[in-house]
Design a protein around this ligand. Structure first.
Ligand SMILES: *Cc1c(COP(=O)(O)O)cnc(C)c1O
Length: 487
């Protein structure tokens, strides 16, 4: 053994307990009969494999921080096994203030949408059955009707997401032909949606025009030829080009398309159905006004500003939408009944805009007043001050929240946050401890301080949040005082 009484790597590996020892440990013995033996065995094996990995990977100076005796090693593997027995996809508390957070599930659904999902998920439905005719029908009729009535579009189609909507539209209208796009609009959305790549996969040829900061009508004009299949405008979702700039107004593009007999499509990205300026939030072009300008097709997401389930919505001229529906890709990109149920229920809330901002959580969080956020931050801070040890500093102050999801990138919503600092503990450690909570809390770090933005924390989550924060702070401050080791 190299250092004092501490066992080395080899010795630790020898001390790794058997599967049976872990199963019989107190932690796992407490699991009821509802968990099958096969599942327990599999997760214990995985827990042990991870423990072995951990020992093998540890730097020499980290070995002493691992559990040293067999009982503690069994505990560690047992804890990991229990974690594996839980679901992988689970709820978290979003304290980031980013309302449409793509990594955290984008929009949370309205109560009405959840009830609609439950109804069609637990019963048979008329998903593809025409109740009047008594024979096979189309799943598309359900969302189509309300989409057309709400927006005035002639045709409507719902697919898996907006990436799919763009892909199938380009493939149907411009396969083997050219699609004219401004160089200022060749966007990349987080993940892997890059307009030029989607275009390539659709079989259409990208014809870039203009420059990054300026594109004129004459640039589009000059690019039009016998190969042109479509004029495409992409909404600059997650960025803005400012300064010496020029983009072609949609009306001018529509005029050009009409005079040359070439369809015009707009990828709107977010798909806002309400004029948000009425609530003092920034301007985002609405779906209705985009259609009114005379474009042939509009596509947008269901789970961004619309506040519904993941979906891609295609609206526009009846004839074009019919052609897209007939594309064999449609079968591969179609949505399931739960999506359709949630989408239809969400859309119904839009008949009355003031109801929509009360009931659609994404909109509700956006229009939430500063006073309301402040009150919620105050509630959390008051609870925390009673629960946390004295070396934790709890403050309430102003900050800014973001809409997220590539919507309104320049809008900063004034908000109130709870700031947390634990004496002698780096903010990163606290942020990590919060992520280990049940449920995990996702927070931001700003200038060496952990901040919790109450705009995206639901009122009924505040007591739970306080409990998790208090637990994390207590664990960390006892470690920083040297009162034993966190396991
Ligand atoms: C978000 C976005 C997409 C991708 O939408 P998904 O629904 O995530 O597939 C495509 N285009 C634009 C302009 C977007 O903002």
């Amino acid at each position: 053994m190299a250092e004092g009484d501490l066992p080395g790597r080899e010795e630790l590996l020898r001390r790794i307990p058997s599967v049976d020892e872990v199963i019989q440990s107190e932690l796992l013995a407490r699991l009821g009969p509802s968990v099958s033996r096969q599942e327990i065995l599999s997760s214990v094996r995985m827990g042990l494999a991870r423990l072995r990995e951990e020992i093998l990977r540890a730097e020499p100076e980290e070995l002493s921080m691992l559990p040293q005796d067999r009982t503690r090693l069994a505990q560690r593997a047992g804890l990991e096994a229990i974690r594996l027995l839980g679901p992988s996809l689970r709820r978290v508390i979003n304290a980031t203030g980013v309302i449409i957070h793509t990594n955290l599930g984008r929009s949370i659904l309205a109560k009405e949408a959840i009830e609609a999902v439950e109804e069609v998920a637990s019963r048979y439905s008329n998903l593809e059955f025409d109740l009047d005719a008594g024979r096979r029908g189309s799943r598309q009729v359900h969302a189509e009707g309300i989409l057309r009535r709400l927006t005035g579009a002639e045709g409507a189609l719902v697919v898996n997401n907006n990436a799919a909507a763009v892909l199938i539209s380009l493939n149907t209208l411009a396969k083997g032909r050219e699609v004219v796009v401004s160089r200022g609009e060749l966007v990349e959305i987080g993940g892997s949606f890059r307009m030029p790549e989607v275009m390539a996969h659709s079989g259409a040829c990208l014809r870039e025009v203009g420059t990054t900061n300026k594109t004129h009508v004459r640039d589009y004009e000059a690019a039009i030829g016998p190969e042109t299949g479509l004029l495409l405008k992409v909404h600059q979702s997650n960025y803005r080009i400012v300064g010496f700039t020029q983009e072609v107004h949609l009306d001018a593009l529509v005029q050009l398309g009409t005079s040359r007999g070439i369809p015009v499509m707009v990828d709107l990205g977010s798909g806002c159905l309400l004029d948000l300026t009425a609530w003092g939030i920034g301007r985002e072009p609405t779906v209705q006004e985009t259609l009114k300008s005379g474009v042939d097709l509009v596509t947008f997401s269901g789970d961004k500003l619309l506040g519904g389930p993941q979906a891609g919505i295609i609206l526009g001229k009846g004839e074009l939408v019919r052609r897209i529906r007939g594309n064999p890709l449609h079968r591969a990109l179609r949505v399931d009944k739960m999506t359709l149920a949630a989408l239809e229920a969400t859309l119904r809330l839009y008949w009355d805009p003031s109801e929509a901002v009360r009931r659609v959580p994404t909109l509700r969080m956006m229009v939430m007043s500063q006073g309301d956020v402040r009150r919620r931050a105050g509630l959390l801070a008051a609870r925390l001050r009673r629960l946390v040890p004295p070396e934790v500093c709890v403050s309430v102050r102003r900050e800014h929240s973001q809409v997220g999801g590539g919507s309104l990138p320049l809008v900063e919503l004034p908000t109130w946050v709870v700031g947390l600092k634990v004496e002698g503990v780096p903010a990163l450690k606290l942020e990590q401890a919060l992520r280990e909570g049940v449920p995990p809390v996702i927070a931001r770090i700003l200038k060496e301080e952990v901040i919790l933005d109450l705009r995206t924390v639901q009122e009924e989550e505040v007591p739970t949040l306080a409990g998790i924060v208090a637990m994390a702070c207590r664990g960390l401050s006892s470690v920083s005082r040297g009162e034993g080791e966190a396991t």
